[in-house]
Design a protein around this ligand. Structure first.
Ligand code: ADP
Ligand code: MG
Length: 729
């Protein structure tokens, strides 16, 4: 650490905390050490029970109480053998993050003696104090109870002395109060719809999985500096701060070596991640100073999402051991890159075929094009909704900020796939699908596999990009639960595939050969979804104009974007795919507006406090030093000379006074409009008021505070500056 904070005795110079790297070859022994894996279950649970359990998990069937009981006993034994004393249901409320309530593994018998206990019931279901979680009115209108229930498709794991059981969180009446429930429903919907389309090509497909590989970006800040910034502590981002003269212009951070302190943190983090079965593979510096990224190998979306949530909490803990604070906010610092969480998404059959990877023969390629084009159609139809899924008060600062995905959803395909689609579009039905006498099929563009070998075509400005064998949804925010975006994408693609199948079957019923019918509908779709395809510069002003002309959703106000959850076609789509009911959607939207309002209310208050308690006092102190100087000059020199000598100080005094008045007026005005917003009962209207009236005033206050930071004596400025926060040595 490099700064006056150490000089002033307000921060400590931290040396790297030593960690031992896992030696090559030991990873296997280390991996998933704290997970109750299928392998380990075999040691603790009878094979007949396991057969039923695995069958239920793999085929989406309900697990009986008897099975749950037997599993619970084995689970407890394993956990206690590993020194666990407590267990918790671990779930994903709509606030973001995860929630847990720990219970000890014992109970009292009637006679007061202690009995070690963990029954199937405790495994199966718990009733957390649901009133403390947001519900968007669901529990008020129905029944006040909420339940967490075991998700057997995600393995239980140990954190410290506690056995963590991944669970869904639902209301008494069954409505989802979390992200996991609809995510699981969406994978079921997509599996069903995709499987039926697969059957055109291969009758043996039984299951289609959705894969997610997330890339988590984050910032690290030294803990002493973090503690000296109330805005970072209370809101996760800096509400003010002048840019550092040097930030990311030289791109030296991205390519540079990882600082020793940070590397040790990363190694430590990877140890913890591997133990709980998170297959972390990649670590590197990111573009902005102090910004980093890590990524695991992709997994089934439900498990991958659990793992992402788990790693976010582990990161916080490990960072503290290294005297860091981890910032998962999408935009902790203005003027440098924000953090995202790229979601790499694909569909895969139980026969091992990646449906988004070009195949080895024309049949597989027709299948590839079928799925690719259906994804394009789904993203086209629901581009507004997909934007709503990634929008939040925090991600709003990142999107459209000229180094992050734009606030318009479009799809990048790259030159080669674009050529393939263009060719298919122009080919006549006869040229596109050639079936020769031996009933062999040839696709008009037979060369897909060869062309794709060179898939280096990347466009960093696209929010949704095809990257060779998957789509990468880049607009997702670093602090988000990926589930929100993934469940909407799964559901939209599921609905789209259902529509596709209906259209193809109609043609087949009319006597068209299957391949021609497929080709005809695909071609129709290629034309229909053209507006969503954009390979150009997503940051440019021209794109904003063009996107509007193409009819894409260009809204930038977050509270308005949320309305897309309640569009007629969205409600229909979620209903048709049985992922979310209208009541659940309304509740979700309500929670989103409520969260938005709470976050902005906190930010606005913190900013008000900071400028009044930190900035203005520092400005006044400096102004008073300048005034002293002016007085002394006047005593020491003749009036004419004194006038000249004091000119600069006088100018500065005026400037400070102007900024201070602007800030005071701004805070008064901001408080007034905030009170008006707060009086609105309706969360939607309140959110719009916050967005339209509070936010612009906050920005203006910040501008004046940042100007003051530039002119006030460094020693008097009590808050760590950007140049201090952003550089770790
Ligand atoms: P990048 O070049 O974007 O950094 P990486 O190779 O680091 O790409 O991969 C990023 C993530 O994408 C990783 O989690 C990786 O496992 C995942 N990924 C790779 N192939 C697929 C796939 N077919 N489906 C889903 N995720 C995938
Ligand atoms: Mg990537």
């Amino acid at each position: 650490m490099n700064n006056r904070f150490i000089a002033l005795g307000r921060a400590t110079e931290h040396t790297p905390v030593e960690v031992k790297p896992i030696v090559e070859g030991q990873v296997k022994a280390y991996f998933a050490k704290d997970v109750f894996t299928r392998e380990r279950m075999k040691e603790y649970i009878a094979s007949t029970v396991l057969e039923e359990l695995f069958d239920a998990v793999d085929n989406g069937r309900t697990i009986s109480r008897d099975i749950a009981n037997s599993v619970a006993i084995g689970m407890r034994k394993w956990a206690m053998d590993r020194g666990a004393t407590h267990y918790t249901h671990w779930f994903q409320p709509l606030t973001g993050g995860t929630a847990e309530k720990h219970d000890a593994f014992f109970d009292l018998r009637g006679d007061g003696s202690i009995m070690e206990d963990f029954s199937g019931n405790a495994l199966y279901q718990q009733e957390p104090d649901a009133s403390s979680f947001p519900n968007g009115g669901i529990r008020n209108t129905f029944e006040a109870r909420g339940y967490s229930a075991w998700d057997p498709s995600s393995p239980v794991f140990l954190v410290g002395d506690t056995l963590c059981i991944p669970t869904i969180f639902v209301a008494y009446t069954g409505e989802a109060l979390d992200y996991k429930t609809p995510l699981i429903r969406s994978t079921a919907a997509l599996c069903k719809a995709a499987r039926e389309v697969c059957w055109y090509f291969d009758k043996s497909v039984r299951h289609v999985h959705t894969n997610l590989g997330w890339e988590q970006e984050y910032f690290l800040v030294d803990e002493d500096l973090f503690d000296a910034r109330p805005d970072l502590m209370l809101t996760g981002r800096t509400l003010m701060g002048h840019s550092s003269a040097k930030n990311q212009q030289l791109e030296d951070h991205y390519f540079g070596a990882i600082p020793a302190r940070v590397l040790n943190f990363m190694i430590d983090l990877e140890h913890e991640a591997l133990r709980v079965g998170i297959p972390i593979k990649t670590r590197h510096n990111e573009v902005a100073p102090n910004q980093f990224e890590m990524a695991p190998i992709f997994e089934d979306v439900n498990l991958a999402n659990d793992h992402n949530l788990l790693i976010m909490s582990i990161m916080e803990k490990v960072a503290r051991r290294h005297h860091f604070r981890v910032l998962l906010h999408e935009k902790p610092f203005a003027g440098v890159n924000g953090s995202g969480k790229h979601c790499n998404w694909s569909m895969q059959t139980n026969t091992g075929i990646n449906l988004l990877a070009p195949g080895k023969n024309p049949y597989q390629n027709l299948q590839f094009v079928t799925f690719l084009v259906n994804v394009l159609m789904a993203v086209y139809k629901y581009n507004g909704l997909l934007k709503a899924t990634i929008s939040s008060a925090t991600n709003a600062h990142r999107l459209g900020a000229n180094e992050a995905p734009p606030a318009i959803i479009s799809v990048f395909l790259g030159k080669q796939i674009t050529e393939v689609l263009d060719k298919l579009e122009k080919a006549s039905a006869k040229e596109g699908i050639i079936i020769n006498a031996k009933k062999e099929m040839k696709l008009g563009v037979a060369t897909i596999p060869e062309i794709l070998l060179d898939n280096t075509d990347r466009n960093r400005t696209s929010p949704f990009a095809f990257t060779g064998n998957r789509f990468e949804f880049r607009a997702v925010g670093s602090s988000a639960n990926c589930g929100a975006a993934m469940l909407a994408l799964n559901a939209a693609v599921a609905e789209q595939l259902m529509d596709f199948k209906k259209a193809v079957d109609t043609l087949i019923d009319k006597g068209e050969p299957k391949e021609r019918a497929l080709f005809e509908i695909i071609r129709k779709y290629i034309v229909a979804c053209k507006p969503i395809r954009f390979d150009g510069n997503g940051y440019s002003e021209e794109w904003k104009k063009e996107a509007a002309q193409r009819g894409l959703d260009c809204e930038t106000s977050v509270p308005v974007i949320f309305e897309r959850y309640l569009d007629k076609q969205t409600i229909e789509m979620f209903k048709k795919t049985q992922v979310l009911t209208e009541a659940e959607l309304q509740a979700r939207c309500e929670v989103k507006w409520e969260n938005y309002n709470k976050k902005l209310q906190i930010e606005s208050r913190v900013l008000g406090d900071l400028v009044i308690n930190h900035v203005i006092p520092a400005a006044n102190r400096y102004q008073s030093i300048l005034l002293d100087n002016v007085l002394k000059i006047k005593q020491a020199f003749a009036p004419e000379e004194a006038q000249k000598l004091a000119a600069n100080d006088s100018l500065m005094i005026h400037r400070i006074a102007d900024h201070v008045s602007a800030i005071i007026e701004g805070v008064d005005e901001m408080t007034k409009v905030r009170h008006i917003a707060n009086r609105k009962i309706n969360e939607h209207e309140k959110a719009i008021a916050y967005h339209d009236t509070v936010v612009p005033l906050m920005e203006n206050i910040r501008k004046h505070a940042d100007e003051l930071e530039m002119i006030i004596d460094d020693e008097l400025w009590a808050l760590p500056k950007y140049r201090e926060l952003m550089f770790i040595r």
